[in-house]
Write a protein that binds this ligand. Sequence first.
Ligand SMILES: *Cc1c(COP(=O)(O)O)cnc(C)c1O
Length: 460
Amino acid sequence: MNHDELRDWSKRAADWAHDYHTGLRSRPVRAPLVPGAIAAQLPAAPPEAAEPMETIWADFDRIVPPGMTHWQHPRFFAYFPANAAPASMLAEQLANAMAAQGMLWQTSPAATEVEQVMVAWLAQALGLPDRVRGTIHDSASTATLAAVLTMRERALNWDGLTQGLSGQPRLRLYASAETHSSIDKAVRVAGIGQENLVKIPTDAGHAMKPGALLGAIRADRAAGRVPAGVVLCAGGTGIGAFDRIADTLAVAKAEGLYTHVDAAWAGSAMICPEFRPLWAGVEGADSIVFNPHKWLGAQFDCSVQFLADPLAQVRTLGLRPSYLETLEADEVTNFNEWTLPLGRRFRALKLWFLLRAYGLEGLRGRIRNHVAWSQELCAALATRPGIEIVTAPSLSLFTFALAEGDAATAALLERINAEGTVYLTQTRHAGRFVIRVQVGAFDCTREDVMAVLDAVDRLR
Ligand SMILES: *Cc1c(COP(=O)(O)O)cnc(C)c1O
């Protein structure tokens, strides 16, 4: 394929995308397939000779869409959303067309500078102080790993980078059991070790107990271990738990620890001032991650990390071999020094398009609707005999179960997802199997949300 042909096929792809998106409601949300069904349709060996694009396209159309779970489906209520607003998809097409690397300022000045401005726009949109800086990662897992590595090196006075970890004191990190598994993964791969991530007990509101945090830090110091950092939860994945950010940060700061707030999902809601009390005090954190690629509408991948002072992270991740040296080193930002990979996609472009095409008011309106419809659905389910709301809505996420017990709840979930009108997932809460409902699909309507009630009534 050459660029003339690409132009023609791109137009066809745009038409295909339009038909796909406008036809989503007539598809089951989750692919009704058995494992291996797609792989069985592909040849075992790659082609030696070039194939016509017409054939490749026909195979795509026949094999792939029926094998997809449709994340942009308006009745996707599983996990968290991975929204891709049309304007962000358009920006991704343009970024793909240029296919540039944004590792240094000079490898694409626009990529670096648009990223800086978008981080500043988002800080304002979320009510964070103007002095906050930041960068864009692929995922919250990577941003959290960057923060955990910074905690490690700050506690070791940056000796771990050169000397390795053997012979270093035993580091300790703290988080509640409501935090995401990406924290566990980060401590594992950072060489800190799972056993040194101390899970602090939570109170009745599912928040880390600040007093218990202080006790754990002091006990560790008394035992000769080195407390290094605290990861706080602002909207946990299971049930949407929030730590009491101000109180918990106060303990961490008084003890001299580095702090990272995981707001991967809930951060998007903070464009609405009325939700900000949920993370009051967050401006005191050293690092905050939130995923515009979840609820806000920036196509995956796009995870923003705000930093009160980037120096500690740049000192941890920055490395400047001579072939990457630039004359402008003192004046410009080279974002590869803030993140793990060297190569970087132009992710800021879709934020620019998204924020302008919908405006903050347009995006707030969607999130407010989602929260209101989630509460309405929850209230309606609560009136059904035999259904128990297990955790009340945290923003737009709540959980419910059947009074008959775990097996009946799991069987109901399986029937709902096999039918495919809506898609829900599960978690365990307080030892119980519960069905999660989160409302957040970019184009969902109130009727789409109420389809959950209908499915439960029909399939129970
Ligand atoms: C989704 C999620 C993550 C992981 O996000 P990725 O971008 O997929 O790595 C981390 N923390 C929370 C609270 C999440 O909801």
